[in-house]
Write a protein that binds this ligand. Structure first.
Ligand code: PGA
Length: 255
């Protein structure tokens, strides 16, 4: 991991917790935050309804940031049930997870939809965490690098160097998400280096060196340190393990 890049531990709660559970988890994270290095950004992505609750608790915490798990691909108007990038911005949300494999799989999100969400997020000054990653079938066929390149070409690579500098990329092999089957540090580093090379080819070395690339997929306090030691891994996008404050903070401490 390079010291010049932002180190990020991001917790994706997915569709978990009730309001009291969320409150307890927010409070525990705030309490344990002093145990994490100031240079590490701790990002929490609770379900939408709990964002205002956390905003109050997170105020005045320099390295604690709020994220949303999604936003609409439309800007505003008659789109029942949708939540816009502008709304999130008005709630002091700073990051938004986009293109997660669960959104691609269960909600049929295509590259074009994800691109539109990225554009709106950037317009409203949210930092997108743009997820990419191959399926098990694609890895077994040796296609993982092409798949990730294509996913990036349809999404983050649609933007110019200034805008892409605001995007965080998360490599999340689908076969590792929620399965307990983590990518080995070698597999993860190999893909992160590939992504960095693609960024360098397109935007130049300086821009590429400044972009944080997170690993996600069954990351926990036992395997985080080995993963984060790798040169091109700048942090983690944590699902299941982010639902326990001690576990999540321990991961953030490994950075
Ligand atoms: P997991 O999820 O850590 O539970 O595997 C990661 C993610 O989906 O972002």
């Amino acid at each position: 991991m390079s010291t010049s890049r932002k180190k990020i531990a991001a917790g994706n709660w997915k569709m978990n917790t009730t309001l009291p559970e969320a409150q307890e988890l927010f409070e525990a994270i705030v309490r344990m935050l002093p145990d994490v290095s100031h240079s590490t950004s701790v990002v929490v992505a609770p379900p939408y309804p709990f964002i205002p609750v956390a905003s109050k608790l997170f105020r005045n915490q320099n390295n604690l940031f709020m994220a949303a798990q999604n936003c609409s691909s439309e800007e505003m108007g008659a789109f029942t049930g949708e939540v816009s990038a502008e709304m999130l911005r008005s709630l002091a949300v700073q990051y938004v997870i986009l293109g997660h494999s669960e959104r691609r799989k269960y909600f049929n999100e295509t590259g074009d939809v994800i691109y539109r969400k990225l554009a709106l997020s950037l317009k409203y000054s949210l930092r997108p965490i743009c997820c990419v990653g191959e399926s098990l079938k694609q890895r077994e066929a040796g296609e993982q690098k092409d798949v990730v390149r294509e996913q990036l070409e349809e999404t983050a690579f649609m933007f110019d160097a200034r805008q892409v500098g605001k995007i965080v990329i998360a490599y999340e092999p689908v076969w590792a998400i929620g399965t307990g089957k983590t990518a080995t540090p070698e597999q993860a580093q190999d893909m992160h280096a590939h992504i960095r090379t693609l960024l360098t080819d397109r935007y130049g070395k300086e821009a590429a060196e400044g972009i944080s690339i997170l690993y996600g997929g069954s990351c926990n306090s036992r395997n985080a340190a080995e993963l984060f030691k790798c040169k091109d891994i700048d942090g983690g996008l944590i699902g299941g393990a982010s639902l326990k404050a001690e576990e999540f903070i321990a991961i953030a401490q490994s950075l």
